[in-house]
Write a protein that binds this ligand. Structure first.
Ligand code: ZN
Length: 226
């Protein structure tokens, strides 16, 4: 039986980084011992720990290797968090999106957290389609719709190319058995978030700032005529 290391840091999903934790409970996972090659064995231990900064609790299971008698100390080979740690953080403006969009995007983030990349990837295409149709109506193929966004000045040529790349990757997942790796999946999400920010969040912020500029102008003393 391994005693928990009091200096060990865990990822806190609330603080969204590694922090110091207090041990709350721990023990060996029942029937988890497995023989490995030679005299080595593996076993699993569970831990409930509490973040010293925000006090939220975390449950995780370590898989450890015991090399065998006289072969050195046991070491932790891997740690699984339950529920899994987020694959990526939602952008800070996420809750400003209308619920209508968050319903589908929430499912994409959940799929990402559970490594369900086929669905996450085809989901990005669906989410962008919903966004585009909401803005300009269902006027034909993805290519036509993206061209329309461009010709109406809602996106620039760089954003048009980014959108086409994500839609194409999402279609490949839906139809051609394409599973993006972590890096490609993050690229798709970076672009999806950028497009949502550009089309939904930024216009609202611009209006707010325009109202602030107006208020500012009204309270600024006028320059005396020369
Ligand atoms: Zn914390």
């Amino acid at each position: 039986m391994q005693l928990p290391d009091p200096t060990r840091r865990f990822v806190c999903r609330h603080c969204q980084r590694e922090t110091s934790h207090w041990p709350i409970a721990n023990g060996q996972v029942r029937d988890s011992a497995r023989p490995l090659e030679g005299a080595a064995t593996s076993f699993q231990t569970f831990q409930v720990v509490q973040c010293r900064e925000c006090r939220s609790t975390t449950y995780c299971i370590d898989t450890s290797i015991h090399p065998g008698p006289m072969m050195g100390d046991s070491y932790t080979e891997s740690t699984l968090y339950h529920p899994p740690l987020p694959f990526r953080l939602k952008p800070v403006w996420y809750n400003e999106l209308p619920e209508f969009y968050r319903l589908i995007l929430d499912e994409i983030y959940q799929a990402l957290d559970n490594s369900i990349f086929f669905l996450a990837s085809s989901g990005t295409r669906t989410a962008l389609d919903i966004l585009i149709v909401e803005k300009i109506g269902d006027i034909g193929s993805f290519k036509d719709k993206i061209e329309r966004l461009f010709s109406e000045g809602m996106i620039d040529s760089t954003e048009r190319d980014m959108l086409l790349a994500v839609i194409d990757a999402g279609s490949a997942s839906a139809h051609r058995n394409y599973r993006p790796d972590d890096e490609a999946m993050n690229h798709m999400m970076d672009i999806l978030e950028e497009i949502f920010h550009k089309m939904i969040i930024a216009p609202g912020r611009k209006q707010d700032l325009a109202a602030k500029a107006k208020a500012l102008r009204e309270t600024t003393p006028r320059r005396k005529p020369a």
